[in-house]
Every structure is written in C-alpha cells, then in structure tokens.
Design a protein. Structure first.
Length: 300
C-alpha cells in the first residue's frame, strides 16, 4: 500500500481509479473504514475494473451507482460491479462505519469454465450495475458475516481468495433469484460520454477549461453535459472540475513541500486566495492547517 495515497481516490488519465492495493502483488484492498461529510473520499465519481463491496456496520450512508442513489443502513451490503461509475456519500450529517472490499475478479479466474459460468455472466451483464443486500433479503446476513471477517485476514492472499469465492457464491445466488437483476437498472447510453468527459477533465484540469470544451469532449451539447454530470456526479461539470482541483491541492499538501503559490499553479487556480477559499469550503480548514494536521499525524 502506498502511504501517500491513504484517504485519497487517485485517478488515472481515463478517470478510472488507481486502487491502492494492500499488497502490490495481490489485487485486493480491505479496510475497516468510516465516512462523514467532507472527507476526501466522499462524492468523488470514479470507476475501476475491480468489483467493490461495502457492508455498513453502524449508521447510514449511501452509494451513487450510474446516477442511482442507494441508501444503506446498518447491516446492509452493496456490491458494485466492474467499471460502474460510483461514489460514496454520507447521510444525516453523521459518521457511518463500514467494511470495504475492493478486488479484481481475476482472483477468482481459476479456469475457463469458472470464467464462463461464474464470472462473465456477472461482470459483463449490462443490466447488473449493483446489488443491494438488506434485512429483507435472505442473503444479507450471510454476506454480512463473511465481510466482517475480512479485516482480520487483510494481508493473507490465500484466505482472502477463499472468502472471495464465498462472497461470489452469494452474489451468484442473489442474481439468479432476481433473474440477474435486483432492480430495474437500465444501461445508460450516456455513461460513455461521461467517462470521456471525466477523462478530458482529468487530463486538462491544470489549464483553463470551458463548459464548451467539456461537452465537446463527450460529444454532447452544453445542456446535455449538465444533465449527464448531475446524474452521474450529482453536481455540475464546473463544480466537478473545481472539486477535482481542490482534491489535487490536498494531494500536493500531503505529499510535497511545494508552496501554496506553486500548488495553485499546478492545480489550475488563479492565485492562492481563491484556492484557499475553495479549499476551506471543502475541508473546513485552510491549506496550511490541513498540511500541518497531516504532518502531525504522519509523525505520530
């Protein structure tokens, strides 16, 4: 695991997330985590080849998957399929705790037969962007119990593989009981446009960017661009760009000794005053306070 990536969602140029695996030689990430308003991993739309599973231990939170907001209560679990646009968000202005498991499906790919019969019917299913397990579902307790064991075996690839197979068996059972679709989740024709626009913003955020340029990168109109972003990101494209820049500021504050002027220039802000104002709105502290807090935590 890369220490400097902790608490950050780091994206590649195409907008997909670079997963901070626990072990670089084994593609899984397990964390006994939490979420509250304005943390760096809240409301950051992203996607990745890996599947993502979250089980809520206490409190309430939500996930946005391809623009659908799914509320999760204590005891609930959500499975997010490969390459779906998603993000987590807090509810009730309070902290929720959870166990998250992100893993590449290749861990389960022991044979062609397994791939064809158990993996591809799920991963390549355009109507299966997510599954929600809740108290009214007979499989909810079963997957909850398995998920709670994961933090204790976080660095044991063999045991993780065993548990992953157990989880996948539950997912297969759930999808079959619902005819492969838990809820009426339609394949959205605009997801490709959104990914293209994310890619453009990720590459060009250091430069001045107009709404016309963003919409052109996704081959949609300005009005459609706004609609697509509001669906997938829950915000406007302009605010999405601003939030990306602010999170890049946080990344530089945590991993470099650059001055605020240097960071402003690197992240597309016109000066430190505006950058600091926007940073405080997102993190409820100034860039200098944020850097000092991080340095103190790093030395503790």
């Amino acid at each position: 695991m890369k220490r400097e990536y902790m608490g950050l969602i780091v994206k590649r140029d195409d907008g997909s997330e670079e997963i901070n695996y626990d072990d670089e030689s084994f593609p899984s990430y397990i964390y006994d985590g939490w979420i509250k308003p304005n943390v760096t991993w809240e409301k950051v739309p992203h996607f990745h080849e890996d599947i993502e599973i979250v089980t809520v231990k206490a409190g309430r939170m939500a996930y946005s998957v391809n623009g659908n907001i799914i509320t999760l209560n204590a005891g609930d679990t959500i499975f997010v399929n490969s390459n779906q646009i998603h993000y987590s968000l807090s509810l009730d202005n309070a902290t929720a705790t959870y166990v998250i498991f992100i893993a590449n499906p290749s861990i389960l790919n022991s044979s062609v037969a397994v791939e064809m019969e158990a993996l591809l019917p799920i991963i390549n299913n355009p109507g299966l962007s997510y599954l929600r397990f809740r108290d009214i579902n007979e499989n909810a307790r079963q997957i909850y119990d398995v998920m709670m064991t994961l933090p204790g075996i976080r660095r044991d690839p063999f045991q993780i593989t065993i548990k992953f197979f157990e989880i996948w068996a539950i997912i297969l059972k759930q999808t079959k009981s619902y005819g492969m679709i838990e809820e009426a989740v339609e394949t959205d024709v605009h997801s490709r446009s959104y990914k293209a626009m994310m890619h453009f913003i990720q590459k060009e955020y250091q430069k001045p960017i107009t709404l016309d340029e963003i919409s052109a990168s996704g081959n949609v109109s300005r009005s459609q661009c706004n609609k697509v972003f509001h669906k997938y990101a829950g915000d406007s494209p302009v605010n999405y760009l601003l939030n990306l820049r602010v999170r890049k500021v946080a990344e530089y504050l945590r991993t470099t000794s650059y001055t605020l002027s240097e960071i402003a220039a690197l992240t597309g802000f016109n000066g430190t005053s505006y950058m600091s104002e926007m940073f405080r709105k997102s993190f409820d502290q100034s860039p200098r306070e944020y850097r000092k807090t991080w340095q103190n935590n790093d030395q503790a």
